[in-house]
Design a binder for this molecule. Structure first.
Ligand SMILES: [Zn+2]
Length: 222
């Protein structure tokens, strides 16, 4: 295949990168973005290249890889957290895009080892509930990938202990929105704590709003 293959999918990833940079969710060369591409021969993935600073990130830095992260188009090194992305795609057929950020407030929860509790209606409807923290796994390890998938469950976001945040969506638009929402609720949660006790949503409200999330995702009720 040539570099012109999958141009529109790679442009979409580049656009998502620009949006998370503009939103302040990543800096330097941290974080990564991917999307699933369905082809007649099976799924491929457009992923951001590793260690390319965002100020000079271009379409050439979006690579096409297969499910084993073997290169199909492009000659950069795929993101160091590609294993996390692939593990999510394997576990969650509903997921079409994955974004990993080191956004500040969400990372603060990840460093404290504290989930972001269910505090906002939109959080539960759009993310599925509290944002859980994956047990620690070294960067780029299989262990991190497994633990991230476990913490994510059927929800749209998780925190990676002592590392950052993970956001997923049916497509890149949704994943970008989730990544932004995770950071916003983390910030609101911290600010509300300064005003006194953070009031979490009542369990029955969380349950009914999480049911809306699962319905929108097309998940079967267990
Ligand atoms: Zn990271």
């Amino acid at each position: 295949m040539t570099a012109s293959d999958f141009r529109s999918e790679r442009e979409e990833v580049l656009e998502a990168v620009r949006r998370i940079v503009a939103a302040g969710l990543v800096s330097g060369a941290s974080g990564n973005v991917s999307r699933r591409i369905s082809t007649a021969e099976g799924a491929l993935f457009a992923v951001t290249a590793s260690r390319v600073p965002y100020h000079r990130f271009s379409i050439g830095d979006v690579l096409i890889v297969d499910a084993d992260v073997d290169p199909v188009v492009g000659d950069g090194i795929p993101s160091s957290e590609s294993l996390v992305h692939m593990a999510v795609y394997r576990a969650r057929p509903d997921v079409g895009a994955v974004i990993h950020t080191h956004s500040i407030h969400a990372s603060a929860f990840a460093v404290a080892g504290r989930p972001i509790p269910a505090i906002l209606d939109e959080q539960v409807v759009l993310l599925g509930g509290a944002v859980e923290v994956a047990e620690y796994g070294a960067s780029a390890s299989e262990e991190l990938a497994e633990r991230a998938v476990a913490a994510l469950g059927q929800r749209a976001a998780a925190l990676l202990r002592n590392h950052g945040a993970l956001a997923v969506g049916a497509d890149l638009d949704e994943a970008v929105a989730v990544a932004g929402l995770v950071e916003r609720i983390a910030q609101i949660c911290l600010l509300s704590g300064r005003l006194g006790e953070t009031q979490t949503l009542a369990a029955d409200i969380v349950q009914s709003e999480a049911a809306v999330y699962r319905m929108m995702k097309g998940f079967k009720e267990s």
